[in-house]
Design a binder for this molecule. Structure first.
Ligand SMILES: Nc1nc2c(ncn2[C@@H]2O[C@H](COP(=O)(O)OP(=O)(O)OP(=O)(O)O)[C@@H](O)[C@H]2O)c(=O)[nH]1
Length: 246
């Protein structure tokens, strides 16, 4: 069999193992099957294998989208970085399998504690990110606190009986409206708050103060790329009270 044929078999086996359905294999492969294999591999490249959450690569793309939206629409978005406390001790005392079970339970808990429109991702190790679009700044603290509490209340059954709990420290930063920025900078800002939360004793939330942005109507038009249809409506809309989606 050619090297390409071997690669194809490898891809088929990998996707089946991950529960991704494929059309029947044919020789040579049909276009439909090749498309399904490409789609499946793209999906896997953005997924964390342990928790099933979007991985860091997927997070980076989502975070940049949210930043661009905040810049274009003036709508704020919140980024929370969630890092488990003393996770090494769980691995050391309970074993790696229990550590993995904790990571899976935290992933489920984070997803349950936010809205369906929000994105929960695993950045790596025991660090997660939560991206919350359309957040009213006054509510950011309450939202982050809800996430922290949900993690602190989660329990993982132990093989020898009993249950294990875990806490997390959270750092957060809002995407400033009408400001062009990068996901790297946003993550750095949230990370700085995470370190502050760790240094302050863990199991707590630290949020960056709300960015204050003065942008003239002319600058907003420029950011929106000129006199687009509906620009005045969008700008006028931001002056009104935002709906409570939390
Ligand atoms: N079980 C398991 N452990 C992991 C995984 N990825 C990373 N780890 C472990 O996570 C631990 C992280 O340890 P540290 O970076 O010292 O962080 P910590 O113990 O949580 O300490 P603080 O963050 O300072 O509270 C290390 O022991 C890693 O081996 C994983 O996928 N599964």
């Amino acid at each position: 069999m050619s090297p390409q044929g071997l690669q194809l078999d490898h891809a088929r086996a990998l996707l089946r193992q991950e529960g991704i359905a494929l059309p029947a294999a044919e020789t040579p492969p049909s276009l439909q099957e090749l498309q399904a294999i490409i789609d499946g591999l793209c999906l896997l490249s953005e997924r964390d294998p342990l928790t099933g959450l979007p991985n860091r690569r997927a997070f980076e793309a989502r975070a940049q989208q949210e930043l661009d939206r905040a810049c274009r629409t003036g709508e704020m978005a919140l980024l929370l970085v969630v890092d488990l406390d003393h996770f090494k001790a769980i691995n050391d005392q309970q074993g790696h399998a229990v550590g993995d079970a904790v990571l899976k339970e935290v992933a489920r808990t984070l997803q349950r504690s936010v809205r369906p429109m929000d994105t929960v991702a695993r950045l790596g190790g025991e660090e997660f990110a939560v991206l919350l679009p359309h957040v009213v700044p006054a509510r950011a603290g309450k939202l982050a606190e809800r996430v922290r509490l949900a993690v602190a209340e989660a329990r993982v059954p132990l093989p020898q009986g009993g249950q294990l709990g875990v806490t997390a420290s959270l750092g957060g930063a809002l995407a400033a409206p009408w400001v062009r920025s990068t996901w790297q900078h946003w993550l750095e800002r949230a990370d700085r708050q995470l370190y502050a939360a760790k240094n302050a004793g863990r199991n707590r939330v630290c949020l960056e103060p709300v960015p204050h942005t003065e942008v003239s109507a002319e600058e907003k038009r420029w950011l929106l790329g000129g006199a687009e249809l509906g620009v005045d409506r969008i700008i006028a809309g931001t002056a009104e009270a935002e709906p409570d989606l939390t």
